[in-house]
Design a binder for this molecule. Structure first.
Ligand code: NAP
Length: 479
């Protein structure tokens, strides 16, 4: 595995610790090697020291030990390569030349502007073999045209079966449990339709701000950073028809049908069914934080959105008239990623208290992973009173094993050539096609994103968006 951007934040914080775990558990091939690549001049020992330091920082103390770290280090190498310099790739080739038959994974953990040149130079140095794979990190473009360009350029060197477009939300254990829940149990399928589902809410909320990446974020915004990829991918998994098998194309064919069935936004819809916000100064867990416009790297008067809420509709028999509310934002009240399926009310309240609450399935991805089913039960006592209770489907507790990080699973899928959890090119195109009119309209509108206070749940307009249907966001997440 060759990690371009091997000294970067993603490699040090996520990829190398994930590989450490897989090494520790004996999942990597005995001859498997990891080569970090970047422009910095550095000796192998110095790179190893940096990897060890970061692994010890990002791996829990119970799981990290010197002996494993030392044996992990024997797999690792570093080579200085400037992606723009074809001659530098000879150094990489020298490390790999005698292993043409082995699986080669080129993980592009760099800015997407380097994807093309890296692929071209890999091919030029004869490093791309039929058993090679390339992993592309987000952001894959900033609109349909730029995404198509990246795909064409990478596609000129690698076949589609060799391209792994990563969306780390799909590597989460709970997302796969959602697939298991839906298609491994007969119970939910009859309920999974407009007849029983009232509305769906998907929230990806962050407490952090732009975290030293102000310039990057200011040119991106929440819709491109989170909606076009993560939110839409989760929506697809939740809403797709049962695939014929778990094979990559069977699943991806069903996901793309959902994307194609998303109702396009008219100009009026963009006004009525989307909300964009931008945080101003506030407090996160009692600590004051600056507003977006005061963060380093942000253009004066920037109109970049740090919050998006929208109402998506899927035009199919299964989902007609069921609103899918999606929202994401920075500097929100909690760090939370969850999918909420609200079922319809009972058709008739025999108790006469008006106290029944709707049944609800909550699929929690962050901060902890789990699935909860909310039901009404009788409260103890002689009177017939109902109270909501939840069944906690705690998989970690049930299976008593450590849950894998999303990157551990996805890296192993790449190594084993399993494409099911990776986006196909046409999925990416469809997602851009749907979101682009919203981005264009926001760009041309003169008004600013709606302000919200850091530490809140976003602008009031977000509550009104869902409130118009008589619903509210599930915000009291402890209940
Ligand atoms: P980063 O910390 O800025 O690291 C960039 C890496 O690329 C460094 O190792 C850098 O090393 C290397 N690099 C830059 N120019 C190069 C060149 N011309 N040739 C070879 N190597 C070069 O970035 P990051 O946060 O790791 O993110 C990497 C990519 O993943 C970005 O596209 C980002 O959007 C995406 N991503 C990041 C995260 C995350 O959590 N960090 C999450 C999702 C996606 P040198 O400067 O020494 O060359």
């Amino acid at each position: 595995m060759v990690i371009f951007g091997g000294t970067g934040d993603l490699a040090m914080r996520k990829l190398l610790p994930a590989l450490y775990y897989r090494h520790r558990d004996g999942e990597l091939h005995e001859h498997g090697r990891i080569i970090g690549v970047a422009r910095e001049e550095m000796r192998r020992e110095d790179f190893l020291a940096r990897v060890a330091e970061n692994c010890s920082r990002f791996i829990s103390t119970a799981d990290f030990n010197e002996k494993t770290s030392e044996s992990f280090a024997t797999r690792i190498d570093y080579v200085r390569v400037d992606a723009n310099q074809p001659a530098d790739f000879e150094r990489l080739a020298a490390l790999m030349h005698d292993h043409a038959d082995r699986v080669r994974v080129f993980y592009l953990s760099t800015a997407p502007s380097l994807f093309n040149i890296i692929c071209v130079n890999l091919a030029h140095a004869n490093l791309v073999t039929p058993a090679s794979r390339v992993v592309l990190e987000k952001p894959l473009g900033r609109d349909l045209a730029s995404a198509q360009l990246i795909n064409e350029q990478v596609g000129a060197i690698f076949e589609e079966r060799q391209i792994f477009r990563i969306d780390h939300y799909l590597g989460k254990e709970t997302v796969q449990n959602l697939i298991a829940l839906r298609f491994g149990n007969a119970l939910f399928e009859p309920l999974w339709t407009r007849a029983w589902v009232r509305d769906v809410q998907i929230t990806l909320a962050e407490q952090v701000g732009v975290e030293g990446r102000g310039e990057f974020y200011d040119g991106t915004g929440a819709a491109r950073d989170m909606v076009q990829n993560h939110l839409l991918q989760l929506l697809c998994i939740l809403a797709m028809e049962p695939p014929g098998s778990i094979d990559p194309d069977a699943v991806r064919d069903e996901k793309i049908k959902v994307l194609r069935a998303l109702k396009p936004f008219t100009a009026q819809d963009i006004l009525n069914k989307t909300v964009r916000g931008q945080y101003r100064a506030g407090a996160i867990e009692g600590k004051p934080v600056p507003g977006y416009l005061e963060e380093p790297g942000i253009a004066p008067n920037s109109r970049t959105e740090t919050f998006v809420a929208l109402k998506a509709e899927i035009e199919t028999w299964r989902w007609a008239d069921v609103p899918f509310y999606l929202r994401t934002g920075k500097r929100l009240a909690e760090r939370l990623a969850e999918i909420v399926v609200n079922f319809r009310d009972v058709p008739h309240d025999i108790f006469g208290f008006g106290t029944t609450e709707c049944n609800r399935l909550v699929i929690r991805l962050q901060p902890d992973e789990g699935v909860m089913l909310y039901l009404m039960a009788k409260a103890p006592g002689d009177e017939m009173r109902l109270r909501p209770v939840h069944l906690n489907l705690d998989f970690a507790e049930t299976f008593k094993t450590r849950q894998w990080d999303a990157y551990e699973r996805l890296l192993m899928d790449v190594i084993r050539g399993r494409l099911t959890l990776f986006m196909r090119r046409d999925e990416l195109d469809e997602a851009w096609r749907w979101i682009e009119p919203i981005l264009d309209a926001w760009e041309s509108q003169q008004d600013r994103p709606k302000p919200y206070t850091a530490g809140s749940w976003g602008p009031a307009a977000s509550s009104s968006l869902i409130g118009r249907a008589g619903f509210s966001w599930r915000e009291d997440t402890d209940s």
